[in-house]
Design a protein around this ligand. Structure first.
Ligand code: GLV
Length: 393
């Protein structure tokens, strides 16, 4: 068994084990990938204040996200095509999250369906919802999530159009993968992955195939997002979705305090500051820089969560210190899943947990709920000082 000490170890193994098409899907941002890169590198501009001779025995990372107990405030983010990274990937990731005591979010674009994940897990998970034009599909999606006892819905509001990721187009990304000489040659070198995929029937977009109408090629993410997604989505429409789902609601993809206030007005329970891992608007600010102004605008009225760029427990701690009540990891757990299935997801969570716990302690805290901005040195102008401040909503 390789010695895993950091998330990067898992990424390296993942890269060797999973077909290039799916590795590239994970490891891409849109266009020049500036935002994708800065989502992670901007964490390096934040420094911790080291404290000493503070009692650091008996520490706790236990917390809550949207009123639900979590063993640490780190959820698994919704990630499309997870079941292509490893056979039955969504079920395995959900099981790992369940055992660890953190929330699992299932993407609308998953391979394993809502019903399948529910049948193979015992704790409620969160359902991520993309906004399609088809009202029947949307109502059914919320109903299916309710029947599956999902304990929250996450509406993603930053993907009316799919950002262009060059490599996905060049690789001809699809689920299941189309068999071209190039893709077959590459898959032949991923024996364990191939055997696993042959052992399962779960190789299609499980929430879409047989459920969504008017999609000419449901195996192609770019085709079906272009055909089915609602480009005219606005806050009135989001209000309609709020009526379709009476459980806890999280709105994901907020990068501007004005939009945060609007999310508040539609009756969301939490918002997620996120730029979709740099996969949508390239050239947008990193999510960690966008976080604090949003917390200042709405943090006393709604729970603010954070996603995009986290690759370590230190990153989680920095986001919490800047006011996030919960965080999400996407790529950081997919690396583990692709590297070693369910065990790999557990390893990712263990790495993050250990880094979070020890860094918190060395900053002089024993309880994650007590961590605040005081543990950080934030450079002047990290989140503000732009020439033009956004006008008030
Ligand atoms: C889907 O959520 C994607 O970013 O590809």
């Amino acid at each position: 068994m390789p010695v895993i000490t950091e998330i990067e170890d898992l990424r390296r193994i993942y890269r060797r084990r999973v077909p290039k098409m799916f590795y590239d899907y994970t490891e891409s941002g849109s266009w020049s990938e500036q935002t994708f890169r800065e989502n992670s590198s901007d964490f390096d501009d934040l420094y911790f204040r080291q404290r000493v001779a503070v009692d650091m025995a008996d520490r706790s990372l236990n917390s809550q996200m949207i009123g639900q107990d979590v063993s640490m405030p780190v959820a698994l983010a919704p990630v499309g095509l997870t079941g292509m990274q490893h056979w039955d990937g969504e079920i395995k990731a959900a099981k790992a999250a369940e055992k660890f005591g953190v929330p699992y979010s299932l993407s609308t674009m998953s391979i394993c369906s809502i019903e399948d994940v529910a049948a193979n897990t015992s704790k409620p998970f969160w359902m991520q919802v993309y906004t399609l034009k088809d009202d029947d599909f949307m109502q059914r999606l919320f109903d299916r999530a309710k029947e599956a006892k999902c304990s929250a819905a996450i509406i993603t509001v930053d993907l009316q159009l799919l950002g262009q990721r060059h490599r996905d187009l060049k690789n001809g990304l699809s689920a299941p993968p189309k068999l071209t000489p190039k893709s077959v040659a590459n898959m032949m070198t991923k024996v364990q992955w191939g055997m696993g995929m042959l052992s399962t029937k779960r190789r299609f977009f499980g929430n879409i195939v047989g459920h969504a109408k008017g999609v000419s090629d449901p195996s192609s993410l770019s085709t079906w997002t272009a055909q089915a997604f609602d480009q005219s989505l606005d806050w009135d429409r989001i209000r309609e979705f709020r009526k379709m789902w009476d459980g806890p609601l999280i709105i994901k993809g907020i990068m501007d305090p004005r939009d945060a206030r609007k999310a508040l007005n539609v009756g969301a329970d939490a918002i997620v500051v996120s730029n979709h891992g740099g996969r949508q608007l390239d050239g947008a600010l990193s999510a960690i820089r966008a976080l604090e102004p949003i917390v200042e605008a709405v943090g006393d009225k709604i729970e603010v969560h954070f996603d995009s760029g986290i690759r370590s427990g230190q990153d989680v701690l920095k986001a919490l210190a800047l006011g996030a009540k919960g965080t999400y990891i996407g790529r950081a757990y997919v690396y583990g899943l692709g590297a070693m299935g369910q065990e790999g997801v557990t390893r990712s969570l263990q790495v993050i947990e250990k880094e979070l716990d020890m860094s918190m302690a060395l900053c002089g805290h024993r309880d994650i709920k007590g961590v605040d901005r005081d543990i950080l040195m934030v450079p002047k102008g990290f989140s503000d000082g732009w020439d033009q401040e956004p006008p008030a909503a």
